[in-house]
Ligand binder design. Structure first.
Ligand code: AVJ
Length: 322
């Protein structure tokens, strides 16, 4: 197994971002990608099996059910790149269907080294599938993958699990456009996105009874303690999931339970928090099925097909680069 990684950069980038995000006035906000250190990635895997969090199971169900049809609509030969592979479990169906037609290269692009390792373990044993992991940000990794293929090789990009929901709508569309510029005409993007559904279901999915999502969120404070020597008292913050009806998004916040000042030596700052003030740690935008098609068209793609899960509204949309 081969992994292309960029080792030392992350901690200092994290420190710099924490400093910028926590010292500015107004709503504090940390990018959600920092939730996924080794502990966070393990907690996210646990979230995926919670009864309240139907998203991952819906994604996997659709891929298992329609892998044959998805693969039948792709050009050949083709290589597969996945943006944010996570553990890679859901990807098995696509790779197995593809490998019945051709030897397949699979490039998981993932900033979490532990998730990348899990993915290599999960998918490394499939016949006729070769894995080359890229421990890089999505677009950098995708550019590297796109560059190494030969002229006749097409690319299927997987962007599953509603990771697109972490971008706001404009940025999500911009991201699709960026992906499209890296691709050749006829290359494909399979986009998995969570759909709007009753608010009570969404709130429960992001604030489960066992408290795994709360731990996932609070781990960001623990991570700052571990990596930046910060002095966060985890008992002085609580997890909150909110739904913004107008924006159609779930927000995760860490609410300060009292007025407090926290030293973060590794980031060179001492942010103050008023009682009730929050750090906004994640947005999860929810979509209408047609809206995904419109975004994709504006991003340079032609919609080829869309599948929606019946049990938990979630869409798999197959897009072709024009
Ligand atoms: C992996 C970004 C799709 O937004 O639903 C799960 C992350 N956050 N529970 C999501 C998450 C809280 C998840 N994504």
């Amino acid at each position: 197994m081969l992994t292309h990684s960029l080792p030392t950069r992350h901690v200092s980038e994290f420190a710099q971002c924490v400093r910028e995000c926590l010292t500015k006035a107004g709503q504090r906000e940390l990018p959600s990608k920092y939730l996924y250190d080794e502990v966070g990635s393990a907690l996210f895997e646990a979230i995926c099996v919670l009864p309240e969090y139907g998203l991952t199971r819906a994604d996997a169900r659709l891929l298992e059910k329609h892998a044959g049809e998805i693969v039948a609509r792709l050009p050949f030969p083709i290589e597969v790149a996945e943006l944010g592979s996570g553990s890679g479990k859901k990807t098995r169906w696509i790779l197995e269907a593809l490998s019945q037609r051709q030897r397949t290269y699979y490039y998981p692009i993932e900033i979490s080294p532990s998730a990348l390792a899990a993915c290599e373990k999960e998918l490394g044993q499939i016949d006729l599938v070769s894995i080359v992991g890229y421990e890089q940000p999505y677009l950098e990794g995708l550019r590297a993958v796109a560059k190494r293929r030969d002229d006749r090789e097409h690319l299927l990009v997987l962007f599953l699990g509603s990771t697109i929901g972490n971008f706001d709508r404009a940025a999500g569309e911009g991201f699709l456009r960026e992906v499209c510029t890296i691709l050749r005409t006829g290359d494909a993007l399979l986009l998995g996105a969570d759909l709007v559904k009753p608010i009570a279901l969404l709130l429960a999915a992001y604030d489960d009874a066992v408290g795994v999502t709360s731990a996932f969120n609070l781990n960001l404070l623990a991570r700052m303690n571990r990596e930046l020597g910060a002095g966060f008292d985890l008992a002085a913050f609580r997890h909150a999931a909110r739904y913004d009806v107008y924006e159609r998004r779930i927000e995760m916040h860490l609410v300060s339970l009292r007025e407090q000042t926290v030293a973060i030596p590794g980031a060179g700052c001492r942010p103050q928090f008023a009682e009730g003030e929050t750090i906004w740690t994640e947005s999860s935008y929810k979509y209408q099925p047609e809206e995904l098609l419109e975004m994709a068209v504006r991003g340079g793609f032609r919609p080829e097909a869309q599948w929606v899960d019946e049990q938990w509204p979630f869409a798999e949309t197959l897009l072709v680069a024009e």
